[in-house]
Design a protein around this ligand. Structure first.
Ligand SMILES: C[S@@+](CC[C@H](N)C(=O)[O-])C[C@H]1O[C@@H](n2cnc3c(N)ncnc32)[C@H](O)[C@@H]1O
Length: 296
C-alpha cells in the first residue's frame, strides 16, 4: 500500500496554486502534495520541498526527473526554512504547507516507527542524529521517561509504564516494548487505540524534536510568506494542533494573519473509509494580511 495524501483536495482548494508562484512543502513524504502543487502551478510554478528523511528525498528525486528545476529538494529540518530560502535567493513565497507526523513509508519500514512491525527501536526521521528511541528506553531515568510519556503521549499510565520499562530493560525491539506496555496498563480499561500508541507517539516526538521544529518552522513560514499568501497545517494529534491554533491566534491578534477556517477542516467520511490514517487529521489555514513590523 502506498502513502495516500491526506486532505489533498481541501488543501489545494485553499492554496489555489498558480503559475509563476513559489510554494513550499515543508513535509515532502511520499510527495503527493508536492506533485499536486506542481501539477496545478503548471507550467512555471516552483515548489521547494523539505524532508529530513533521506528516503523521502530519494522518492522526490523521481519527481524531479519529470519536473526539473521547478522542484527544489531540501534534505533538512523545515525549522531551517529561512537559511535555505536565503541560500536560494528567495525572499518571500506564495504558499506553505505542513503535513505533520510520519508517512506510511516510514510506518511500514523497519526503522521502529510502528508497533505493528517488529524492528529495532530507532524512530529517527533523520538517521544522522544521535538520539534513538532505544537510547531513551534503555538509558534514561525512570522519572524522565515518565515525564515524556505524560507530556508527549498524554499517557495516563505513564508511571506504571516507565516503571515496567526500567524493570525489564534492556528492551531492544518495537514488539518487546509494545508487549511490555500492554501488560503494564490495567486490563479492565477500555481503550479505542492500542495501549502502546501513546508511548510510541511520545518517543517519536522526543527522538525527532517534533514540537520544537513545528514551533520554529511555523513562525519562520509566517515570516517568509508574501502578503496574500496562505499557510496550511495538517496535524494528527492534540499537541500539534494546539501549537498551530495558538500560533495562528497570536499572529491574528498582531494583525498579521487572518484565519481562513475557524474550526479545523476534517477529512470526509469517504476519505476516512479509504484511508484510515486520515481519521485524526485536522487542517488549519491562514492568510497573511500584513507584514511583521521589523524591530529597530
Ligand atoms: C505525513 S508525511 C508527509 C506526506 C506528504 N504530504 C505526502 O503527500 O505524501 C510527513 C513527512 O514529513 C517529514 N518530517 C516530519 N517532520 C519534519 C521536519 N521537522 N523537517 C523536515 N521533514 C519533516 C517526515 O520525515 C515525513 O516524511
Amino acid at each position: 500500500m502506498k502513502h495516500k495524501s491526506v486532505l489533498a483536495r481541501e488543501l489545494m482548494t485553499i492554496i489555489q496554486p498558480q503559475k509563476d508562484r513559489v510554494y513550499v512543502d515543508m513535509t515532502l513524504g511520499a510527495s503527493g502534495h508536492t506533485k499536486k502543487l506542481l501539477e496545478l502551478s503548471h507550467p512555471t510554478g516552483v515548489v521547494i520541498a523539505f524532508d529530513k528523511d533521506k528516503e523521502a528525498i530519494k522518492n522526490g528525486e523521481k519527481l524531479k526527473e519529470q519536473y526539473g528545476d521547478r522542484l527544489i529538494l531540501v534534505n533538512d529540518d523545515y525549522a531551517n526554512l529561512e537559511e535555505h530560502l536565503d541560500r536560494l535567493g528567495i525572499d518571500l513565497v506564495d504558499g506553505i504547507i505542513f503535513d505533520l507526523g510520519v508517512s506510511l513509508d516510514q510506518l511500514k519500514s523497519d526503522r521502529g516507527f510502528s508497533f505493528s512491525i517488529d524492528a529495532p527501536l530507532d524512530m529517527r526521521m533523520d538517521q544522522s542524529k544521535p538520539l534513538t528511541a532505544e537510547r531513551i528506553v534503555n538509558h534514561w531515568d525512570m522519572e524522565e521517561i515518565e515525564r515524556i510519556l505524560r507530556l508527549y503521549g498524554e499517557e495516563r499510565f505513564a508511571k506504571r509504564i516507565a516503571k515496567a520499562i526500567v524493570k525489564q530493560r534492556p528492551i531492544k525491539s518495537t514488539k518487546e516494548l509494545a508487549d511490555l506496555v500492554e501488560q503494564a496498563v490495567p486490563r479492565n480499561v477500555s481503550l479505542k487505540i492500542h495501549p502502546a500508541t501513546r508511548t510510541f507517539q511520545a518517543l517519536r516526538i522526543v527522538v525527532n524534536d517534533e514540537l520544537e521544529s513545528l514551533q520554529i518552522g511555523l513562525k519562520a513560514a509566517i515570516k517568509r510568506l508574501r502578503v496574500g499568501g496562505t499557510v496550511c497545517v495538517i496535524s494528527f494529534h492534540s499537541l500539534e494542533d494546539r501549537i498551530v491554533k495558538q500560533t495562528f491566534r497570536e499572529y491574528k491578534q498582531k494583525g498579521i494573519l487572518r484565519l481562513i477556517n475557524k474550526k479545523p477542516i476534517r477529512p470526509s467520511e469517504d476519505e476516512v473509509r479509504s484511508n484510515k490514517h486520515a481519521r485524526s487529521a485536522k487542517l488549519r489555514c491562514a492568510l497573511k494580511i500584513e507584514t511583521e513590523v521589523k524591530d529597530g
